[in-house]
Design a protein around this ligand. Structure first.
Ligand code: PTJ
Length: 260
């Protein structure tokens, strides 16, 4: 579909197109359509912008990622559909590790997601040169303890040995299991009430494609800060407070809209 750039909902329509295309190509789980719609609803309530509250979470996440010894970016069908290039750029600022981890896991979807990364010539070159690693496809031979879903199958080099995991939009049970393993989990989820949001070390309540460039910018900037300064940023952040602030933001926004 040819969406005119002048359309007031251009970005949102473009993302919808990407999601639908990914479904047609067998990259997206059918339930990924529902997940996307739920995300859009929360984004309406939030005001379709990165709030100052989310920005603080983004900065904290960036500090944690720079301090990490072995960070991994976990991706599912929706994330790849919406943000393939941006995920690769962020991984390059870190140690290059991306792991495909699916709830609706099938060999066919894994293969199609791998092909989707590789069909971009720039990304293919980065994979070939070893600057980017796409894990979790042939090497998912470890099991996250106490997690029965297909998400429990992970790579030793990736999620299993990682100290910090970035999980853009997912369903809740894995986050809890990863935190129990002593890992730090940074999630990106427009729903501040979701189990993932509630269980994470840091929850960025913002739209994925809007916040990833910001996260990358702060990762780059924070590489110039010393460890004490980064640790201070992390220490001053409280995720419970963060989520409470987001709910207050939504309540106040609705009250203001209702009274105008
Ligand atoms: O690809 P798979 O097989 O791993 O399956 C992936 C989905 C997304 C289908 C699966 O993890 C799932 O069912 O997730 P949920 O429980 O629907 O949770 C997805 C969360 O992401 C919801 O809380 C949405 O509000 C949120 N969300 C959706 N789109 C975005 C988003 N958050 C940020 N940015 C978005 N674009």
């Amino acid at each position: 579909m040819d969406i005119p750039k002048s359309h007031p909902r251009y970005k949102s329509l473009l993302n919808r197109e990407k999601i639908v295309e990914a479904l047609d190509r067998g990259i997206l789980a059918k339930a990924g359509l529902i997940a996307h719609g739920r995300g859009e609803t929360f984004d309406y309530l939030i005001g379709e912008r990165t709030t100052d509250i989310a920005l603080r979470a983004i900065k904290t996440a960036a500090a944690i990622l720079v301090l990490a010894e072995n960070p991994v970016i976990s991706v599912n069908g929706n994330t790849v559909a919406l943000a393939r290039e941006e995920i690769v750029k962020l991984a390059e600022e870190l140690n290059g590790k991306i792991e495909v981890n699916l709830f609706y896991r099938s060999e066919e979807r894994l293969r199609k997601i791998k092909e989707f990364f590789e069909e971009n010539p720039v990304i293919r070159e980065k994979i070939k040169s070893g600057r980017i690693k796409i894990l979790g496809i042939e090497d998912a031979n470890k099991q996250i303890p106490n997690l029965e879903s297909a998400r429990g199958r992970v790579s030793q080099e990736g999620i299993y040995s990682a100290d910090v995991i970035l999980v853009p939009l997912e369903d809740g049970d894995r986050t809890e299991a990863l935190v129990k393993m002593g890992k730090k989990v940074i999630s990106i989820d427009l729903n501040p009430l979701s189990r993932t949001a509630q269980q994470s070390t840091v929850t960025i309540v913002d739209e994925l494609t809007r916040c990833l460039p910001l996260l990358r910018k702060y990762v780059r900037d924070y590489k110039n800060l010393d460890r004490e300064e980064l640790q201070r940023i992390v220490k001053e952040f409280d995720n419970k407070e963060n989520l409470k602030n987001m709910l207050n933001h939504i309540c106040n926004r609705l009250k203001n809209l209702q009274s105008t």
